[in-house]
Design a protein around this ligand. Structure first.
Ligand SMILES: CC[C@@H](C(=O)O)C(=O)SCCNC(=O)CCNC(=O)[C@H](O)C(C)(C)COP(=O)(O)OP(=O)(O)OC[C@H]1O[C@@H](n2cnc3c(N)ncnc32)[C@H](O)[C@@H]1OP(=O)(O)O
Ligand SMILES: [Co+2]
Length: 133
């Protein structure tokens, strides 16, 4: 069911400062910030060729606010795996007892494709995002 690793997401308190670290210290190419109010985040991507790093800063009523309250300097927030059929993946995971977050229906993610999130307690303490390939 799982395809490639689309991205690893890092929650950060200050996306401009975090982007500067990736750009100036690590020598990476960082995209312009994109506000995604429907997800409660501002996001930038760093393309590494084999996968991407996604930096996330809270925006408005954000699902990453509680995470940053516990980890004020930021930290690894989720991994995103591609799947060929997100509805088939959701139904298979739900049947296996995994908890799909939100109302269970995919939202359109940062790449314009449907995404879903799976509860971290069902996946060894790691929040998992699925993205339609
Ligand atoms: C940019 C768009 C999109 C993309 O296309 O890439 C994105 O990536 S958007 C990214 C942000 N969106 C989301 O994270 C949506 C899904 N997240 C959620 O629904 C919630 O954040 C959550 C995962 C259900 C956590 O909810 P919250 O209310 O903040 O915390 P809880 O107290 O309910 O947490 C329960 C439990 O889980 C632990 N936890 C929380 N977040 C994480 C995490 N990121 N990784 C690992 N564990 C996490 C939390 O610590 C609690 O554990 P205990 O303290 O042991 O109870
Ligand atoms: Co993501």
């Amino acid at each position: 069911m799982l395809g490639r690793l689309n991205h690893v997401a890092i929650a950060v308190p200050d996306i401009a400062a975090a982007s500067a670290v990736y750009r100036d210290t690590l020598g990476a190419s960082v995209t312009a910030p994109q506000a995604l109010p429907e997800h409660g985040v501002t996001v930038v991507f760093i393309d590494l060729g084999n996968t991407k790093i996604e930096l996330l800063e809270p925006l408005g009523d954000s699902p990453i606010a509680a995470f940053l309250a516990k980890n004020p300097a930021g930290g690894m927030h989720h991994v995103c795996y591609e799947v060929d059929d997100i509805i088939a993946a959701r139904d298979r995971l739900t049947a296996a007892g995994a908890r799909v977050l939100g109302d269970g229906n995919p939202k359109i993610g940062a790449h314009g494709k449907p995404v879903l999130f799976l509860h971290p307690k069902d996946f060894m303490g790691t929040l998992v995002e699925l993205e339609q390939a």
